[in-house]
Design a protein around this ligand. Sequence first.
Ligand SMILES: C[S@@+](CC[C@H](N)C(=O)[O-])C[C@H]1O[C@@H](n2cnc3c(N)ncnc32)[C@H](O)[C@@H]1O
Length: 229
Amino acid sequence: MKTDPESFIRANTGILSPPHVPEIRLHLASEAHDLWLKTEEELEAIGLPPPFWAFAWAGGQGLARYVLDHPDTVRGRSVVDFASGSGLVAIAAMLAGAAEVLAVDIDPWTETAVRLNAELNGVPVGFLGRDIIGHERAADVYLAGDVFYDKGFADLLQPWFDTLQRAGAVVVVGDPGRAYCPRDQLTALATYEVPVTRALEDSEVKRTTVWRFGAGDAANQGPPARVIG
Ligand SMILES: C[S@@+](CC[C@H](N)C(=O)[O-])C[C@H]1O[C@@H](n2cnc3c(N)ncnc32)[C@H](O)[C@@H]1O
């Protein structure tokens, strides 16, 4: 029998605030839920890809914190939250005054997670479930929390983010020291100590840096772009 995403999310998560972003509430897997103890085989049996959307990853928490504390990054601008997972960064961008935000993620379960989480925080967030890597610039600001954990993924993102920023977009990423983060092409904006879950990471706190794509410090903000969708 096909699992209904909304019922599943409501039954297997609790409403919690990520520790580094207490002003936002999300449907998250907590220790009270066994979602994070399920093996990939068990998840596959219920048709569920690994539930990245059920956690507020360190990179996303750092990036959301940065956006809330530096609202000028997004205020009045069109924003893409690329690889949105729960939608944490997208929600932070709307709360910080973005004109519009599109959460983009290829995991079909994230559409429901983003909708439920946006409702919880009383902000509108659009959703796109297509792979947009390589697509031309279609927003003023691209935000990406915790995306450099896989070499194949990082190898695709690096040239695309580079092209986007050369086309006038501001590309800001949050990264907790993942192996494939291309630090030599980035400019550090802020560093945070982000509490994380030991069951997912190898520690209880992850030093997380928010970076702007592009070396050097001259912001390359182009003319406003039309948001895809
Ligand atoms: C570690 S999670 C980060 C989620 C969220 N940004 C955060 O920081 O909490 C990585 C996310 O990347 C998404 N993802 C992987 N490949 C993608 C692609 N090609 N396009 C969009 N999202 C992708 C996954 O589905 C997952 O939700």
